[in-house]
Design a binder for this molecule. Sequence first.
Ligand SMILES: Cc1cc2nc3c(=O)[nH]c(=O)nc-3n(C[C@H](O)[C@H](O)[C@H](O)COP(=O)(O)OP(=O)(O)OC[C@H]3O[C@@H](n4cnc5c(N)ncnc54)[C@H](O)[C@@H]3O)c2cc1C
Length: 346
Amino acid sequence: MENVDYIIVGDGYAALFFAHQVIKNNKSFVLYSEGKQSASRVSAGIINPVVLKKFTTFWKAQEQIDFLKETLSEIEKYTGQNYLIDAPIHRIFHDESEQQLWLKKSSNNDLINFLDQNFAHLEVVKNDFNSGKVNQSARLDVNGFFIGLFSFLENHKYFIKEKFIYSDLNTADQTYKHFKFKNILFCEGIGVKENPFFSDIPVNPNKGHHIKVNLSQPLPENITIKKKHFLFPIHENTYFYGGTYDREQSHYEVDSSAVDQLTKGLKEFYPYDFNIEEVNFGFRPTVRDRRPIIGKHNEHQYMYVFNGLGARGILNGCYFSKSLYDYIEKGIPLHEEISLERFISK
Ligand SMILES: Cc1cc2nc3c(=O)[nH]c(=O)nc-3n(C[C@H](O)[C@H](O)[C@H](O)COP(=O)(O)OP(=O)(O)OC[C@H]3O[C@@H](n4cnc5c(N)ncnc54)[C@H](O)[C@@H]3O)c2cc1C
């Protein structure tokens, strides 16, 4: 038997940001990855403190951004890579009234540090009403982040490329195969539906597609353009455009309607030819109140869940991994807005 402080099940943002907390605090662990394409790996990597439909912000946005930057620089120390791409979002305005709304909101206390008051005119794309820059927005190098962290975990023998089999968990002894663990954390995204210990948490799949396109006329700058969806360069002439939202579809196949939606969306502001090179999809684990779900199993007190990261997996996953770690190791209560307890009737 090998003793470990943690078994982590899953390999998306929730699992990896929690693993970082564990590494930072010199705890022992293993992480199970079934090797499927996670929602995290198909995500755009956008780090954005603003809701770009209504020009509002959200709970703890500034704290979350600051904490993410700090965390990524800690990760850089052991993977040797910086995964933060300093490429701000430019939101194309549909009309003059949107410009006015942006300007009005940009002097609100909670938005003053995010909504830039100087509008920019973008080249190549259609933007008759210019665009507004979101200060402090950035991107994560998604592919680099997963490649870098997975190889670090593999090199240190923390990574087990196997599906975690729930029926092999011995709840009385706190053992799984040849591991005796102190705590077990489930970070399975929508895979939690198969987890007999947490299958009833109210996480709903929201299917998202993105396309990778070859643009005949490249964009002159490395920025992220937002019009309906996000457009940004990945390498050479290949660009990412996405993602869509669909609560109805749950099958594991590409939906042609989503591809049509993306093609139409891109044509609206990109007036040149483009080819679709690749289509990918994933399922965001969403919650009705748009807050993560974090908590402890009511019977097995060493068993935890970290889920419901929704459309903001990077910020939520990074920030709340520390709340969860402090809850487990230091007994610091979880904020009621993210706690699993909010769904337990009293
Ligand atoms: C198209 C699209 C674009 C997005 N863009 C962004 C964005 O720009 N910015 C942002 O912040 N968020 C974005 N998101 C949302 C983000 O991807 C999710 O919030 C996030 O991926 C959820 O992370 P997670 O770790 O909870 O789940 P997941 O990423 O789904 O990871 C769970 C993993 O656990 C594994 N697993 C499940 N069960 C088992 C088991 N029994 N054994 C072993 N492994 C198991 C699964 O295979 C999966 O790989 C996007 C999502 C989509 C679909």
